[in-house]
Design a protein around this ligand. Structure first.
Ligand code: ADP
Ligand code: MG
Length: 396
């Protein structure tokens, strides 16, 4: 991979202490981990290093603690992590950590306490970077999801220790590079979700990069309204009119075709299967109706667009997918993208919290080329920004 070292370059690690930044920030309810996806993502790197005889020290944050407390202790995660990893896992508190680490043996794995128990972690404070660096002989960053933050454990350490991308980081960067760095053309991007205002930078970056920009969700309503279409009571940001028009103009200059829906699914109440449900042309939305999904004719046309494309990047659902039947368009287009990917004609990369939930709901997440669970980092990458954690690895 271009620009940084991976575990292939790390050499003989036997008896060496690896400081590995991972994402252990799992959702919890009543003291139980409700989704272990992030834990599973760390296994290839941790198992590889442990098998090669390194002393594997895991650095991670958990929640947003204001001060050290049991509520935010990573000790809560170590039991589940042990079963996910399938080998013993030590837990090391920040008190007496050096002695505890010195007692570990080659092949041992330990979770260090929450990095955010140090106030300087988020400030990338030099003293905290040094405090962490003392514990390790080399640094591995395997947390793409935290790479948009320049913290001591995500960025600072790469300047003090020999640094390597872990396997999950490597896979994520390769997939993203394939999708937007140097993609096979034509490239389509789907941008949906609630609001234009949260994704202006994404839209601006994409119009210059892709051949087709497909706009859905509440976002499409804002664009339709900007073009003078009456969207009734739909979620729309009317104050974003000038921004939306500027994006459409930029797309035209860049030869990027923007696809807005010509039919939509509307209702007067936002509830499951509302009696007022109907499908209509975008010009026929009544004053008391809300657009809650893009329509079937639009979906069919978009499926035809995807069939001509070689690459797809997707962020944001096309409708209010949590409330049926407003998941229909997202579901149908996701299934088309998945089928094209399986046929080998499309490279498909998707990301974003709600997008991942929607693809899981459609049952097709595994059929995409790559689905990123890194919410904020994925969006910043879609904005064309270089993530500080990745940049530091590159410079190391
Ligand atoms: P992601 O988390 O994947 O980046 P967003 O958070 O931007 O996606 O957007 C997801 C939200 O957008 C969902 O809660 C969905 O219900 C909402 N949404 C999509 N289309 C509409 C619509 N037409 N009206 C209201 N909400 C919508
Ligand atoms: Mg979201």
């Amino acid at each position: 991979m271009s620009g940084f070292a991976t575990l292939d370059d790390v050499g003989d690690v036997r008896g060496k202490r690896a400081l590995v930044r991972v994402d252990l920030n799992v959702p919890m309810q009543d003291g139980r981990v409700t989704d272990d996806t992030r834990l599973r993502a760390t296994v290839p790197t941790v198992a590889e290093l442990a098998d090669k005889g390194a002393i594997v020290l895991l650095l991670a944050h958990f929640g947003r603690p204001k001060a050290p407390s049991r509520e935010y202790s990573l000790a809560q995660v170590s039991d589940v992590y042990r079963s996910v990893l399938g080998r013993p896992v030590h837990f090391v508190d920040w008190e007496g950590d050096e002695a505890a680490v010195a007692a570990l043996e080659p092949g041992d794995v330990a979770i260090l306490e929450n990095t955010r128990f140090f106030g300087g972690e988020e400030k990338n404070d030099a003293a905290v970077v040094k405090r962490f660096a003392r514990l390790g002989d080399f640094y591995v960053n395997d947390a793409f999801s935290a790479a948009h933050r320049a913290h001591a454990s995500t960025e600072g350490l790469a300047h003090l220790l020999p640094s390597f991308a872990g396997r999950a980081m490597e896979a994520e960067l390769k997939a993203l590079e394939k999708a937007l760095g140097d993609p096979e053309r034509p490239v389509a991007a789907i941008v949906g979700g609630a609001k234009v205002s949260t994704k202006i930078d994404v839209l601006k970056h994409l119009v210059a990069k892709v051949d087709h920009l497909i706009i859905g969700g509440g976002m499409a309503n804002t664009f339709l309204a900007a073009r003078g279409i009456d969207v009734g009571r739909s979620l729309a940001e009317h104050e974003m009119k000038e921004t939306a028009l500027a994006i459409l103009e930029a797309a035209e200059r860049a030869n990027c075709t923007v696809h807005l829906p010509y039919d939509v699914v509307v209702a007067t109440q936002f509830v499951p299967d509302p009696p007022s449900l109907r499908t209509c042309n975008v010009h026929e939305v009544a004053a008391d109706e809300m657009i809650l999904d893009i329509g079937p004719a639009a979906v069919e046309a978009l499926a035809d667009v995807l069939k001509t494309c070689r690459t797809l990047v997707w962020n944001g659902p096309l409708g209010a997918f949590e409330t049926p039947p407003f998941d229909a368009a997202t579901d149908a287009l996701a299934r088309t993208a998945a089928a094209l990917t399986q046929e080998g004609s499309l490279v498909s990369v998707a990301g974003g919290g709600d997008t991942v939930a929607a693809l899981n709901q459609a049952g097709v997440a595994d059929d995409f080329t790559f689905v990123s669970t890194a919410g904020g980092a994925f969006l910043e990458w879609m904005e064309g920004k270089e993530l500080p954690g990745v940049k530091a690895l590159r410079g190391a």
